[in-house]
Design a protein around this ligand. Structure first.
Ligand code: AP5
Ligand code: MG
Length: 207
């Protein structure tokens, strides 16, 4: 099954993607993770992406679409994939239609007013990518799953989160209508415990 995870910054796409990918044996493809990995390695793509991700703006479509098109051709995607953070505007969605067929779009629905706190309090494992919130870490600085060091993403500050939410409203939210009209959108309430939201997603996928 070819699945897209749609949702505002902080809606829980990455958190849920880890679980969906494990249960349904699908490769988790996050364009945000791909850019962060390139930035860390100092590649040409990374140098370009950094100037956009640091400001909370979208990396140019041409670059992003080419990366995803190439990634979906890899062998592990032959039985399906889970896209997280792509497509993010109408142009990317139309491009995706040219090189792949989407079966289901899970929209993690959440009130945007909750997201500033979620994102500014997020800590991520450097090693396995698991996300935590400072409120539940009790001062711990290492990952519960793998013992890796936790860090704060550079774009998880008030100013950049503000920009990311604005970009989401203007460019990504219209995709809800786009995929509803195609008959593939499945809405899931994103408020509640992580495991509760996961159960809702599984129900929506198994439907
Ligand atoms: P990207 O990495 O995709 O960031 P994003 O969309 O802003 O989303 P996040 O990763 O911040 O949030 P999430 O929904 O994954 O939430 P998470 O599960 O971590 O993109 C970053 C940048 O890359 C973009 O700004 C752009 O510049 C560029 N980019 C990426 N894709 C692109 C594209 N297609 N085109 C152009 N540019 C692109 O959860 C957040 C927090 O909430 C965590 O602390 C977590 O523990 C907590 N949490 C999760 N679920 C719950 C719950 N149920 N209850 C309470 N807390 C919860
Ligand atoms: Mg994410």
């Amino acid at each position: 099954m070819n699945i897209i995870l749609l949702g505002a910054p902080g809606a829980g796409k990455g958190t849920q993607a880890t679980r969906i990918s494990e249960k349904y044996h699908l490769p988790h493809i996050s364009t945000g993770d791909i850019f962060r990995d390139n930035i860390k390695r100092g590649t040409q793509i990374g140098l370009l992406a950094k100037s956009y991700t640091d400001r909370g703006q979208l990396v140019p479509d041409e670059v992003t679409c080419k990366i995803v098109e190439g990634r979906l051709q890899e062998a592990d995607c032959s039985n399906g994939y889970l896209l997280d953070g792509f497509p993010r505007n109408l142009f990317q969605a139309q491009e995706l239609d040219q090189f792949s067929k989407v079966d289901a779009v899970i929209n993690i629905d959440i009130d945007l007013s909750l997201l500033m706190d979620r994102l500014c309090g997020r800590r991520v494992c450097k090693n396995c990518g698991e996300s935590y919130h400072v409120n539940f870490l009790n001062g711990k600085t290492i990952c519960e799953k793998c013992g890796g060091e936790l860090y704060q993403r550079k774009d998880d500050n008030e100013e950049t989160v503000g920009n990311r939410l604005k970009v989401y409203n203007e460019q990504t939210a219209p995709l809800i209508r786009f995929y509803t009209e195609k008959g593939v959108l499945r809405n899931v309430d994103g408020v509640g415990a992580i495991e509760e939201v996961f159960e809702r997603i599984c129900k929506a996928l198994d439907r």
